[in-house]
Design a protein around this ligand. Structure first.
Ligand SMILES: Cc1ncc(COP(=O)(O)O)c(C=O)c1O
Length: 395
């Protein structure tokens, strides 16, 4: 049986009419840039995630860029992030002229490790008289950017404790984590995007909430910062043709907002279906624990509904490359997220990192393999994936 890694046509069958009618309404209005549809989506997104303010952007990458620009992060600044994520997280730091600083991941969740972050920050020595922490290159640390990778929230309590001690704000990369929940020590459950000073999400078509092209959103706590983001996404304009700052064209299209508005009410159901699929894998692959490590579910014991939203179902596999070839030959979709840790990317050679500097990220890059998990996946397809993995390890 052939099993695709992702088949968006199955989702489209479900949303065809809702999308068509919302898109039609935009055509009728002929309001393609910003306007009511974008404002309606921003409001609906806040209602779903619990974020105070949402500002629609042209992509997740542009959403991150807008945050960095609105914070005035640039040359002379540095931001800490994870070495094991999609490229944009660090690429945007480079683009604004800031230094990307990498701190290794936890081996279980593959998230930025709060203890290693503490070690790194403590190792920077006493803070300067103005309270700043500087990197070895002399740049001023401005923020920490954890990534809620694959759909599980980072340990926000641990990260907040460390960042607060060093006076650094958290900016969340929630690109892969719409709806993902975390229960803080103080007992409250909250969704990705509400923990940091600001955050961004991606609506790349393959995401749990996908647009019909590129789209994203920034969210934040402060109304003042939201106003800055609105101006940044529109060339730094606060009043027509008056530019207080230099921004960009990072606007969310009304047509994309229409698609997102049609799909948003189904995200909760889709996230539940992804979790159900993960449970089927857990049952089917549990006996291979000597060969395969299944994704960690750190917040499941807390009883949260969206303890994981499985944007990707990523296992760690012994002889990963051989397994990948075996699955490909059997017609089973799979992918490696991500084969090269960011510090070892050619474009970051100037940072001077060597293999061995980020052992956990490097191990994850060698062992990780994503299996199909999309909501419309059928139980017999999951059984076929599991059978192919069994046949590889047990013959
Ligand atoms: C973790 C992470 N950060 C940032 C992005 C960038 O989002 P976009 O592709 O919408 O620009 C993505 C998208 O794939 C992502 O997965």
């Amino acid at each position: 049986m052939r099993v695709p890694l992702l088949d968006l046509t199955r989702q489209h069958e479900r949303v065809r009419e809702a999308v068509a009618s919302r898109v039609q309404a935009v055509f009728e209005s002929q309001q393609f840039i910003l306007g009511q549809t974008v404002a309606d989506f921003e409001k609906a997104f806040c209602d779903y995630t619990g974020c105070a303010h949402a500002v629609g952007m042209s992509s997740g990458t542009d959403a991150q860029l807008a945050i960095l620009m609105a914070m005035g992060i640039g040359p002379g600044d540095a931001v800490v992030t994870t070495p094991y994520t999609f490229f944009a997280t660090a690429g945007c730091l480079h683009r604004v002229g800031a230094e990307p600083v990498f701190v290794d991941i936890r081996p279980d969740t593959l998230h930025l490790d709060a203890e290693k972050l503490r070690e790194y920050l403590t190792g920077r020595g006493p803070r300067a008289a103005d309270g700043t922490v500087r990197t070895a290159r002399g740049n001023r640390l401005r923020a920490v950017m954890p990534v809620h990778l694959f759909g599980a929230c980072c340990d926000m309590d641990a990260l907040e404790e460390v960042t607060a001690a060093f006076g650094l704000p958290i900016i969340e990369d929630a690109a892969q984590a719409i709806g993902s929940e975390f229960a803080g020590k103080n007992g409250g459950t909250a969704r990705a995007g509400t923990f940091g000073q600001s955050a961004w999400f991606s609506f790349f078509p393959t995401k749990n909430l996908g647009a019909a092209g590129d789209a994203g959103v920034t969210v934040c706590r402060s109304g003042e910062f939201a106003a800055k983001l609105r101006s940044t996404r529109n060339h730094g304009m606060t009043q027509q043709y008056h530019h207080d700052t230099v921004g960009g064209n990072f606007r969310l299209d009304a047509l994309q907002a229409a698609v997102l508005l049609a799909k948003l009410p189904l995200v909760e159901e889709w996230n539940a279906a992804r979790r159900h699929n993960a449970d089927l894998y857990r049952a089917a692959l549990g006996d291979l624990s000597d060969r395969v490590t299944l994704p960690a579910e750190p917040w499941r014991p807390a009883g949260l509904v969206n303890h994981h939203t499985y944007h990707q179902y990523v296992i760690r596999a012994e002889r990963r490359d051989e397994l990948q070839r075996h699955l490909a030959a059997a017609g089973i979709g799979q992918a490696i997220y991500y084969p090269v840790p960011l510090p070892l990317q050619e474009c970051f050679a100037y940072l001077g990192h060597q293999p061995g500097d980020f052992p956990e990220a490097e191990r994850a890059a060698r062992e990780s393999l994503a299996l199909p998990v999309f909501p419309e996946l059928r139980a017999e397809e999951i059984a076929a994936v599991a059978a192919a993995i069994h046949s590889f390890y047990r013959g």
